[in-house]
Design a protein around this ligand. Structure first.
Ligand code: SF4
Length: 309
């Protein structure tokens, strides 16, 4: 991917905070504060975006990391590196929080794939990181097979609402023999997912009556929520920083649709995105996935589908 000039560098100091982009509701979440003595800048939340203070601290830290990584000349490569760093940090955070769960409470085990049968949300930098990973690790023939498989999955799911994506008939295109084939670069939203009852996961996915009842309730299954909330805090910080301070379109995309575009579409998509254009419009997420707590994230960052970044 080529280095491209990005949008104008955000101004420094308090003025930069005032220049941050508003969301559709007229809110500005971030401000950039500058120490007049040292010139050091830091990003701060203008007001809490989550109910829990620790989530706001994590969101602010993620926003600061993103600001430091991209300030000056935002580039596709820089955004991909940021996404990879965020993925690693998210896994460390989720692992630390999962370790606080009571012994044996979390039921997730390698090879358990029930939660990989639903619509998955992903931001453009994450999708670009996944595409880059595939291109750098697969042969041309393997990459062509993956692109074709993703395209087939996209054809079967593109017209379905998220509720119908939650089905044993629609596994994630990257699920192979019960395991994630892109584990190293799996989306942030996959990293905090957990369940307190694997039997419940199996039943609600594979039993049609239980699945219908689960979807009708509109709430997630029983999970240890702290890792999920931690993931949402990191994701919120990234989304707010890139959206408000760098004018990049960070509205959530649907994983299969986004990867179909990146693996089968023109090579110019990434460059268009870093210029502030909206090349992923057709891959926008429907936003009603079964991810527990997703509503909290959407409400916090104001980047819900259908809303302006
Ligand atoms: S990306 Fe990997 S972990 Fe996430 S839903 Fe797909 S197979 Fe599962």
């Amino acid at each position: 991917m080529s280095q491209r000039k990005g949008k104008p560098r955000p101004a420094s100091g308090k003025k930069a905070g005032r220049d941050a982009r508003k969301d559709a509701a007229g809110r500005v979440h971030l401000t950039v504060l500058r120490d007049p003595a040292s010139g050091h800048e830091r990003v701060a939340l203008r007001s809490p975006v989550f109910r829990e203070a620790w989530q706001n601290d994590i969101a602010a830290a993620a926003a600061n990391t993103a600001y430091a990584a991209l300030r000056g000349e935002p580039s596709v490569d820089g955004a991909v590196e940021l996404a990879r760093d965020a993925m690693a940090a998210t896994s460390r955070l989720a692992a630390g929080l999962l370790a606080r769960a009571p012994d044996g409470a979390v039921a997730c085990r390698a090879g358990c794939d029930h939660c990989c049968h639903q619509s998955v949300g992903v931001t453009p930098p994450e999708a670009l990181a996944i595409a880059g990973h595939l291109r750098s690790t697969l042969s041309d023939a393997e990459l062509a097979r993956v692109a074709q498989h993703v395209s087939g999955c996209h054809d079967r799911t593109r017209s379905l609402p998220s509720a119908e994506r939650f089905s044993p008939d629609h596994p994630c295109p990257f699920l192979r023999s019960g395991r994630c084939s892109i584990y190293e670069v799996r989306p942030l939203s996959c990293r905090g997912m957990n369940s307190l009852d694997a039997g419940e996961c199996a039943t609600r996915l594979r039993d049609p009556e239980a699945r219908a009842a689960f979807l009708a309730r509109g709430v997630g299954g029983r999970s240890f929520m702290e890792p999920i909330r931690g993931v949402h805090a990191i994701s919120a910080g990234l989304q707010l920083s890139l959206s408000e301070l760098f004018r990049l379109d960070m509205r959530p995309l649907e994983l299969t649709a986004a990867m179909h575009l990146l693996l089968n579409g023109p090579d110019s998509l990434a460059d268009a995105w870093i210029r502030g254009e909206r090349p992923f419009e057709s891959a926008r997420s429907a936003g009603d996935a079964t991810d527990p707590g997703l509503g909290e994230l959407i409400a916090a960052v104001g980047l819900a589908p259908g809303r302006e970044p």
